[in-house]
Design a protein around this ligand. Structure first.
Ligand SMILES: Cc1cc2nc3c(=O)[nH]c(=O)nc-3n(C[C@H](O)[C@H](O)[C@H](O)COP(=O)(O)OP(=O)(O)OC[C@H]3O[C@@H](n4cnc5c(N)ncnc54)[C@H](O)[C@@H]3O)c2cc1C
Length: 408
């Protein structure tokens, strides 16, 4: 079971021999590992990415490719959960992540279908419409570009849609083809000197800060001064302190997609990042196909704690199809032959882990994006690289992501 993006994208490329010794061993070659490697290599560190399968073969290759602002939540809820100051810091981090990512895509000429027309948060109910208006009031007060759209405006913005109660258009959101993007970043990292080794399944990490032995399942080994955990929640036992296994929990998302639609059906859909129901359902177009995910809430508990992305949940597919029939009548008779799943990592406070692990000196983490890794990981990888090379990173939002915050 593979995603459209994985099926459509050339492999990362040149086989890289396993180095015997590096400054930093990065475990996992998703967007987190690759972003960290790119910035470390550019800063002059010797770095190896050890990826069990292929670059971007797990969540980073199985998501919906939306670059979102605000954790998927409506902004007033972020204010409510974290307070005004932290909400502003979080927003600034996500905005800076997108700016940095866009610059890198341009600098490295990565062909990844970046469409920067913003995102449409649709109101599933009249209550959600009220909440979108509250979010818009805060965005206006803080000067964030947005457009509030009553239901009467929607036929102009999203002509095929029915039954939504209004929408909020966030100007800074975007969509990409995620595998093309991450593999393009990997090529940029390799060009900067990072050694990206595919088919390198890490079994254990022994030793201490300054002299770790990273042992692969096939018997090979790499020595490294520092280790960065970027395996999401897929290899939690690799942290010898087991702290990550306690702090991070797995959950699974599911996506379905059409084949290329007739132009008369596809053309009226804009290339926005789109979602409704507080971002629980999310959808977008990709080269004439309609791609939609979500409905985890409709099967309570069933998609928590799961580590398998080679199966899917037929009930979720049925519920996604019901959503499509309700909101997009022009797709009511369309087949969705592509179904895939992906594993994500969550934390109790909904924020990622960026930095040193509290109980394992020399071990660092960049993981647990709570379903929004594209929106965080590139800049977070730069911040972590700055910390590892220069001892500090200055982004004011970083203290929010320090792993030791979860100790208390
Ligand atoms: C259905 C779905 C929709 C999503 N939609 C969006 C979206 O629209 N926008 C957004 O921002 N985010 C989205 N996400 C979340 C986003 O995909 C993730 O947050 C992000 O990809 C996580 O990146 P990562 O590098 O931490 O993890 P991963 O991409 O999972 O990478 C971890 C890597 O570690 C490797 N690995 C595991 N064990 C080992 C080992 N023992 N040795 C070596 N390597 C190992 C794996 O093979 C894998 O490549 C979505 C996720 C899913 C599943």
């Amino acid at each position: 079971m593979t995603s459209l993006w994985l099926a459509d994208t050339a492999p990362f490329g040149p086989e890289c021999p396993l180095p015997s010794q590096v400054d930093v061993a990065i475990l996992g070659g998703g967007i987190a590992g690759i972003s960290t490697a790119l910035h470390l290599a550019r800063a002059g560190a010797q770095v190896a990415v050890l990826e069990q399968g292929q670059v971007a073969c797990r969540a980073s290759g199985r998501n919906d490719g939306q670059l979102l602002l605000g954790l998927g939540e409506h902004y007033h809820r972020i204010h409510g959960q974290f307070g005004a100051e932290k909400a502003r810091l979080l927003w600034s981090f996500l905005r800076d992540n997108h700016d940095a990512l866009r610059s890198e895509i341009e600098r490295s000429r990565i062909p990844c279908d970046l469409a920067q027309r913003g995102g449409l948060r649709l109101a599933e109910t009249s209550h959600e419409w009220l909440e979108l208006q509250q979010a818009a009031a805060l965005l206006a007060a803080e000067g964030h570009a947005h457009t509030l759209l009553p239901a009467s405006e929607l036929p102009r913005w999203l002509p095929p849609a029915r039954g939504f109660h209004g929408a909020l258009h966030l100007h800074g959101e975007a969509i990409v083809q995620p595998v093309a993007m991450v593999r393009g970043l990997a090529r940029a990292a390799a060009a900067a000197g990072a050694q990206i080794v595919e088919g390198a399944s890490v079994a254990t990490v022994h030793g201490e800060a300054g002299d770790f032995a990273v042992q692969l399942a096939d018997g090979r080994a790499v020595r490294a001064a520092l280790v960065v955990h970027c395996t999401s929640t897929l290899a939690r036992e690799l942290d010898p302190s087991r702290w990550l296994a306690r702090a991070v929990f797995p959950f699974r998302g599911q996506v379905i997609a059409t084949d290329v639609l007739p132009e008369t059906i596809a053309k009226p859909f804009p290339d926005f990042a789109m979602s409704s129901n507080f971002c629980y359902e999310y959808f977008r177009m990709h080269r004439g196909r309609f791609v939609i995910g979500g409905m985890r809430w409709s099967v309570p508990g069933e998609e928590q704690g799961i580590l398998a992305d080679d199966t899917d949940n037929p009930a979720i597919t049925e519920n996604l199809l019901g959503y499509v029939r309700e909101h997009f009548p022009s797709l009511a008779d369309t087949a969705f032959p592509h179904v895939w799943t992906g594993i994500m990592a969550g934390t109790p406070d909904g924020l990622p882990l960026v930095g040193a692990l509290p109980e394992a000196p020399g071990h660092h983490a960049l993981c647990a994006f709570n379903g929004y890794g594209l929106s965080f990981a590139f800049l977070a990888g730069r911040c972590l690289a700055e910390q590892l090379v220069g001892g500090r990173s200055d982004h004011p939002a970083l203290p929010l992501f320090v792993p030791r915050r979860l100790l208390g």
